[in-house]
Ligand binder design. Structure first.
Ligand SMILES: Nc1ncnc2c1ncn2[C@@H]1O[C@H](COP(=O)(O)OP(=O)(O)OP(=O)(O)O)[C@@H](O)[C@H]1O
Ligand SMILES: [Mg+2]
Length: 515
């Protein structure tokens, strides 16, 4: 029988009256990839935080390599060989990539002076070997979120003494190249006998790398089994406790009236002459590899980029691309890809976060809630429609599970009166059941007549949700595909850049430089 590295027995945990984990058992074998799955709020991150010393369990025990352990901090856990990549991106230090990778273990000359040239060279070599396009001399804060995550991953994984590496939704911020690099790192770890606990909502990914899968529901372990003995449908049923209706809900075809007209949009270094129309009730997808300008299109429409040329019209009126504030005033709603830095007020309540989208309606100009009852009703409506799980209206949004924070971020734009909805990665980190809830809400907005623009790195999501997809390549529109033309192959084909020797390669990383 294979050796057990980590044995969790009878672990329970409550936050105030909220029972988050209930008498949970889990055992992880040496050298396996053990996936943890479950709906948003099921308790996955809490379990991980207990294993890695962030939280203390109320009851139960943890054995690591046959020895009962009680960690009092993440440092304790690390010293004993548990390396953890948390779900939320950690602090952004003002260090370079190389410094960050080797913090505390810098190569020294004469055992005293830090050998900077060697440090930089070896960091760069390590990055290059993984096929990543990151400059080791860049400051962490100047990297794109995905490059930052990759650096965190490399740092966690290179800790020699680790016997268990825990990854909580590591791919939520990554592009395909980076996911490939991550998976090859995971293979290497496995071959060194290191065990990996892997949390993700992406079934495809789970089946690609997991040896065994454990499903959690409402804080309880429902089942642990070999990946080969479970099907996608079965996992979904175990997670959600019911069969799911059709994943991408159908919608009538949009009428032929143009609602938004984008003409010759230029952003220096990012976009060149981008033009497309969005019809009333139409959902348009923006696809493209990292560096293609796909996310810049959405950001430019919300005035988060300096547009040097081009026009945007809504219902025949020119939109002033001046500032996000001005964009909101003109009726543009925007869900950012990075919910932590651009989206949520983590110290505020769920109610505050979902109603700030509609400032005019509920708040005085000083930010005081003036219309309490309608604000409360709007909050209750969104919480129930998207199934946002929290300890109630007064819970701080920072205490919600990652997926539930995401639902609140999307929910904010469902209260207001907007004229166009711009979404980046609307279902990032959201469980399968809740994805369908979000799709239904987006569809309802479209059906009410609004044009919707979605950027997503998940092609199947774009294909499932959109009427048409605008494919970006090197800052330009390379194709606009509609209906049955929208296949994964066709989109990738239009997104890839061919080099002179006609080999197919993804676009070089412009994005790493222009985060
Ligand atoms: N620090 C905290 N204070 C209060 N409640 C918390 C705290 N951390 C988590 N919770 C609650 O515990 C429950 C489980 O959260 P957890 O983050 O473990 O879920 P998860 O399975 O990781 O979900 P997701 O897939 O959305 O990341 C949620 O109801 C959450 O609100
Ligand atoms: Mg989580």
């Amino acid at each position: 029988m294979s050796e057990t590295v980590l044995e969790i027995q009878g672990v329970s945990k409550s936050f105030a009256a909220n029972r988050v984990l209930i008498d949970l058992n889990l055992s992880v074998r040496k050298g396996e990839v053990h996936a943890l799955m479950g709906e948003n709020g099921a308790g996955k991150s809490t379990l991980i935080k207990i294993i890695s010393g962030v939280h203390r369990a109320d009851e139960g025990s943890i054995e690591l390599n046959g020895k009962t352990v009680r960690f009092h901090s993440p440092f304790d856990a690390q010293a004993e060989g548990v390396a953890t990549l948390f779900q939320e991106i950690q602090e952004i230090p003002d260090l370079t990539v190389a410094e960050n990778l080797y913090a505390g273990m810098e190569p020294r000359r004469f055992g005293v002076f830090i050998d900077w040239p060697r440090l930089r060279a070896s960091a760069q070599r390590q990055i290059d070997e993984l096929g990543l396009h990151i400059d080791a001399n860049m400051r962490m804060r100047d990297l794109s979120p995905s490059s930052r995550k990759m650096v965190e991953i490399i740092r966690a994984v290179q800790k020699r003494q680790a016997s268990v590496v825990i990854m909580d939704e590591p791919t939520a911020n990554l592009n395909q190249d980076e996911i490939d690099a991550l998976f090859s790192m995971i293979e290497k770890l496995k071959s060194r006998g290191i065990s990996i606990i892997y949390v993700s909502h992406r079934l495809r990914e789970i089946f690609q790398i997991a040896d065994r899968i454990s499903v959690l529901r409402d804080g309880k372990l429902i089942r642990t089994d070999a990946a080969s003995r479970l099907s996608e449908a079965e996992i979904v049923r175990l997670m959600v406790g019911r069969e799911l209706p059709e994943f991408y809900p159908k919608r009538p075809a949009p009428p032929n009236t143009v609602a938004m007209r984008v003409r010759d949009l230029c952003v220096p270094g990012e976009l060149e002459d981008v033009s497309f129309n969005v019809r009333k009730s139409e959902i348009i997808g923006i696809a493209g590899l990292e560096g293609s300008g796909a996310t810049s299109v959405v950001k430019a429409l919300f005035a988060l980029r300096r547009v040097s040329k081009g026009t945007v019209e809504l219902d025949g009126q020119a939109v002033e691309l001046k500032s996000p504030r001005r964009s909101i005033d003109q009726g543009l709603a925007y869900v950012p890809e990075d919910r932590k830095s651009d989206g949520l007020f983590l110290g505020k309540t769920v109610g505050f976060n979902v109603t700030t989208g509609d400032l005019r309606r509920y708040f005085s100009w000083k930010g005081v809630v003036v219309r309490r009852k309608p604000a409360r009703e709007a909050t209750a409506r969104i919480v129930s429609r998207l199934g946002i799980k929290s300890d109630g209206r007064f819970a701080k949004i920072g205490s919600l599970s990652g997926g539930n924070q995401q639902k609140a971020l999307v929910g904010r734009w469902l209260t207001g009166r907007y004229r166009v909805i711009l979404l980046e990665e609307p279902t990032r980190g959201v469980d399968i059941g809740a994805k369908v809830d979000i799709y239904n809400e987006i569809n309802a907005l479209a059906e009410s007549g609004l044009p919707v623009v979605i950027y997503s790195s998940e092609l199947l999501e774009l294909i499932g949700m959109c009427d048409r997809v605008v494919v970006m390549r090197q800052g330009r529109v390379s194709a606009i595909l509609s209906g049955p033309e929208m296949t994964e192959e066709a989109i990738l084909d239009k997104a890839l850049v061919r080099t002179e020797d006609d080999r197919e390669r993804p676009v070089a990383h412009l994005a790493a430089v222009s985060a």
